[in-house]
Design a protein around this ligand. Structure first.
Ligand code: PLP
Length: 371
């Protein structure tokens, strides 16, 4: 019997870190400090260093991080923000809930992210920001977009929820934009034991503003400079993330090796389109997901399920075709994003995935295509 292969196995990752993780539970119980404190500050400093940011402000989740970044830039009613049509819903939602207008742009065939060619035509005098998503962990052309945004006086925000540990054109992904946003949702490349998020930037003024916005506008105890919100990373989550952070680099290396293994064994299948590992010089794919494309997506997913291989679709419906944007004007078209919605399938990929498991996946895929 071939082994069952889950899409992701967090228990396998955590088993490797068991002593360190066990210790932080008891540490938390003993000091019973659950909000703020040194553990949160230590994580923010360590994460800033690893990601190449001058400043990091932690927050409640990755969606809050995008909202806080837009709020820090004073984006609201009357402003337009360009967002990829294919991404997790948060990227668009955060713009809409700020009261600003989402302008959907199509994604690039190779990176699955925004490109200069898709963004430039939809820039208008009302555009205040562009949010590039490094989708599936693949570095988008952040450098090209940063140059375009610079020329046009628009802020570039990088949604880095899927690219922890990746590099774009020679720099850590997230360091090309004015602000970078992160999610620590458990299944991300760097995941907490619950929700968590962060905003990174080199701009001290913006960092200070994000911190104020996320902490009720408090500049000092009981002094509120503005009306913000409450968005915090729990102390326990900061400890979990600090225990995992030193392993991020080796996990991304492992993810790349696993991706390479798939690519070598599937590259001869003409009906299957495989991910591009490093679209540009200086890119390091973070391989949050290994996403293949095929016109027979649903049939392939069923065949894999029958063979004990779990897969998922990230994502079946582009944002501009979601019911929430049904009355969006002007109606957007994004042919690449729409094709991705019909054709993408994520294969199992996570640190700890074994060669026999990967062989079971590739055998089932080859079997489906009769090769
Ligand atoms: C996960 C994710 C988010 C949101 O993160 P949460 O922590 O779940 O709020 C935003 N953008 C992208 C691209 C994501 O993958």
């Amino acid at each position: 019997m071939p082994p069952e292969v889950p899409l992701i196995d967090l228990a396998a990752q955590h088993a490797r870190l068991r002593p360190a993780l066990d210790a932080l539970w008891s540490e938390t119980l003993v000091d019973s400090g659950f909000i703020g404190g040194a553990a949160v500050e230590e994580f923010e400093a360590a994460f800033a260093k690893t990601m190449g940011h001058g400043h990091v402000v932690s927050c409640g989740n990755g969606t809050d991080a995008i909202e806080l970044a837009l709020d820090a830039l004073d984006i609201g009613a009357g402003d337009e923000v360009i967002v990829p049509a294919m991404t997790w819903f948060s990227t668009g939602e955060a713009v809409t809930t700020r009261g600003a207008r989402v302008v959907f742009a199509d994604v690039d065939e190779v990176t699955n992210g925004l490109s200069v060619a898709t963004v430039e035509p939809v820039l208008t005098p009302a555009t205040r920001a562009v949010i590039v998503v490094h989708l599936y962990g693949c570095p988008a052309n952040a450098r090209g977009l940063a140059e375009l945004c610079d020329r046009r006086g628009v802020a570039l925000v990088e949604d880095c929820a899927q690219v922890h540990g990746g590099r774009a054109q020679g720099q850590p992904a997230g360091t090309w934009g004015r602000l970078a946003t992160y999610s620590f949702f458990p299944s991300k490349n760097l995941g907490a034991f619950g929700d968590g998020g962060a905003v990174g930037t080199d701009d001290e003024r913006l960092a200070e503003r994000v911190r104020l916005l996320a902490r009720h506008g408090q500049s000092a105890r009981h002094r509120h400079e503005l009306c913000g919100r409450n968005s915090r990373l729990d102390t326990l989550q900061a400890r979990v993330l600090s225990a995992k952070l030193p392993h991020l680099r080796e996990w991304v290396t492992e993810r790349n090796a696993l991706a390479e293994y798939y690519t070598q064994r599937l590259t001869d299948l003409p009906a299957l389109r495989l991910p591009t590992h490093a679209p540009r010089g200086g890119d390091v794919h973070a391989f949050h997901l290994y996403v293949v494309r095929t016109g027979q997506r649903n049939a392939l997913a069923s065949a894999l399920a029958e063979a004990g291989v779990q897969t998922a679709v990230h994502y079946p419906t582009p944002l501009h075709l979601q019911p929430a944007y049904a009355s969006h004007v002007p109606a957007a078209t994004a042919p690449v994003a729409e094709a991705l919605g019909r054709e993408v399938l994520s294969l199992p990929l996570y640190p700890g995935l074994t060669a026999p498991q990967q062989d079971a996946v590739t055998a089932a895929v080859r079997n489906f295509f009769h090769v």
